[in-house]
Design a protein around this ligand. Sequence first.
Ligand code: GLV
Ligand code: MG
Length: 347
Amino acid sequence: MKLPNQFYRPLAIGAPAPLREPPVKVERMIHFVPPHLEKFRAKVPELVKQVDVVLGNLEDAIPADAKEAARAGFIEMAKATDFGSTGLWTRMNALNSPWALEDMIEIVGAVGSKLDVVMLPKVEGPWDIAYLDQLLAQLEARHRVTKPILIHAILETAEGVKNVDAIASASPRMHGISLGPADLAASRAMKTTRVGGGHPDYKVIADAEPGQDLRASFQQDLWHYTIAKMVDACASAGIKAFYGPFGDFSDAPACEAQFRNAFLLGCAGAWSLHPSQIAIAKKVFSPDPQEVAFARRVLDAMPDGTGAVMIDGRMQDDATWKQCKVVVDLAKQVAAKDADLATLYGF
Ligand code: GLV
Ligand code: MG
């Protein structure tokens, strides 16, 4: 274990000093682009105006024989586009794959100064973060990158879930963690064939009543435990938690429900894999204007955040004041980015 005074030292001579605080950014949706396909690259300049983060995907869903083309396509798209305040991320290949090392060497070498975050898949423990942390420092130093590139881990193995606390606090480079429900389901031997979301057979059933055939049943959330565990690990390390992919593009209500559960439990955003999911993520991860209005009333009624007041018959005290501050702070960040929502929030 590193001593605290070593934790914030650059890991290579000439690498930028690690950030003390992660940047405050609205990241409601991380939009996935397959960069080996020209058709999708051509849409990036328009996409930049609609999403909070553009991510060039190099890992799963990119065929093995297109890995080099995806890497080259990402570099081309990063060079050609002005991302403004929109984040530029890449999802590199897993550390045990034949492509991971060249992904970092080529991308940091070519566009390291434009890259905000590297998403690292299949993270099993803090040792994976330590490896990438060191490699990024060496490459930043070699290519004179002055802003540290951050790391975002995907939580998608049973071992990773077991070690999530240590992963979240492994390095000052940690940006956040996303749940990867598809790989995680396989790693745990869950008997599902879906990318996230619920399952009709994972349910509770009401007790049998004499003479009644029909018994009520309620589908349960397969991901509750993992999301809650991930959120606690991230919040205690001062980084952000995200829900990952929702694979059934035809089921917008189910996607919205999954995103909303994650939002309510503490997540900051989710992945959008299809253009239709951008609006869903924007709606869910921007606080509801009525909630914001109520939260502002609480903050106004308790200017120093102490004591107790009644508002609409509901007790408010220091703890509800803090919840309201979370909602209002997020609304202010969203409003700074989105003029329509700023009007709805009354800022
Ligand atoms: C994402 O990568 C997942 O496996 O769900
Ligand atoms: Mg995965």
